[in-house]
Design a protein around this ligand. Structure first.
Ligand SMILES: *Cc1c(COP(=O)(O)O)cnc(C)c1O
Length: 384
């Protein structure tokens, strides 16, 4: 009990952030779309094959840009899992579209493609897979479904940097580049961070020029800067979605260290996974079952408890041991905002994850000793 508390998350800095921020200041341009923004975008395009990467001020902004680009409006329907963060839904509601919540799979909290298929109507325009914990949704089935119905796929890849979908032939596809658009987050709780931050991956070439215009307040400023337009004008709706160079400079330091960040996160994830195996064998809890088509990125480690009451008692027990474990995603179809708007369908898997999923502390600088303390405290709870 006298041991130092273990927080749920602690943002990790790699060491070069301040150096690059100082360099951005010296260059005399700290608004958006400067040298560091370009560097980050080119890196992400080259590494993952996005046709265009645009840094944004948040993952929420990337989703809002995607919603504008999808062209949805009143009367249009957008299918997404209920078990997700509010930004996935807000982005489309802000365009006046109707959000239709689907259930997630029983085995892993990702969009259930069959459930989504059953919700398609002539008004469906977009389907949004959310790659929970950086583990891919069933993308082949989803892409086929979307193609059959002429529906756009917008990937909520907020948690999915450097994670892959493995297709039937064993080929690896970076998450965020299978849909027309992919939205990433660099919020301080994610693997790669810039405080607040995000990125929109534009994969459909036909959307690139409009994406750049929406990004720069509806103007053609990006093209004007490159010398491709002789006037800087208002072309379309848009907003200020781009981050400052200070944010981009911070992010560049993180992207340079991406391989090490990924490696560390995976090692910690794997260590929890192995240490908790005996507890699962005793029937005390369930560990994540990563689908075989997913190469995840260690973003989230969770356990599932028998029921909500057990989870509440476990959280309280861990808290007494100085360990912060948290749950998340109160299913959006049951939220105060949306429950009256939802059509009343029960979404049992989403509701079960909302009630029984518990995230364990997982961050770059978590030590083996701290992990052992977490595992011991969980074992003590169930065994003691
Ligand atoms: C983090 C997250 C977001 C929002 O990203 P921000 O950068 O915090 O705006 C959206 N969707 C999911 C699934 C997320 O995990």
């Amino acid at each position: 009990m006298s041991e130092a508390p273990i927080p749920f998350n602690r943002p990790h800095t790699v060491g070069k952030e301040l150096t690059y921020i100082a360099d951005a200041l010296r260059r005399g341009k700290i608004s958006g779309n400067g040298v560091y923004t370009q560097r980050c975008q080119e890196f992400l395009e080259q590494r993952y094959g996005f046709a265009k990467a645009l840094l944004t001020a948040s993952g929420t902004d990337a989703l809002e840009m995607a919603a504008i680009l999808s062209g949805v409006g009143p009367g249009d329907e957008v299918i997404m899992p209920s078990y997700t963060y509010v930004s996935t839904a807000n982005a489309f509601l802000l365009r006046g579209a109707t959000v239709v919540f689907a259930d997630v799979e029983a085995g892993y909290p990702n969009l259930d493609v069959e459930a989504a298929a059953a919700l398609i109507t002539p008004r469906t325009r977009v389907v949004v897979p959310v790659h929970y914990g950086g583990a891919a949704c069933r993308m082949d089935a989803l892409l086929q479904l979307a193609e059959r119905h002429g529906v756009m796929v917008v990937e909520d890849a907020a948690q999915a940097i450097n994670a892959f979908y493995i297709d039937g032939e064993g080929r690896h596809h970076p998450l965020g580049r299978l849909g027309a658009l992919g939205a990433f987050s660099f919020h301080e709780t994610k693997n790669v961070i810039s405080g607040e931050g995000g990125m929109l991956a534009v994969n459909a070439p036909s959307l690139i020029s409009r994406a750049e215009i929406i990004w720069e307040k509806g103007t053609n400023r990006a093209a004007f800067w490159r010398g491709e337009a002789n006037r800087y004008e208002w072309m379309d709706v848009g907003s200020s979605f781009l981050p400052s160079e200070i944010t981009a400079a911070f992010l560049w330091a993180q992207l340079e260290a991406l391989a090490e960040i990924h490696r560390r996160r995976m090692a910690l994830w794997q260590r929890y996974y192995e240490a908790l195996a005996p507890l699962e064998r005793k029937g005390w809890l369930r560990r994540p079952r990563i689908p075989s088509h997913a190469r995840h990125n260690g973003h989230i480690f969770y356990v599932l408890t028998e029921d909500e009451a057990t989870r509440s008692r476990l959280i309280a027990h861990l808290q007494r041991r100085g360990i912060m474990a948290v749950f998340h995603y109160l299913s959006l179809h049951k939220s105060p905002f949306y429950r009256e708007r939802h059509d009343g369908r029960p979404l049992p898997n989403a509701e079960r994850y909302s009630a029984t999923l518990l995230r364990l502390p997982l961050f770059h600088d978590l030590t083996a000793a701290q992990q052992d303390r977490v595992v011991a405290a969980i074992a003590e709870f169930f065994g003691g």
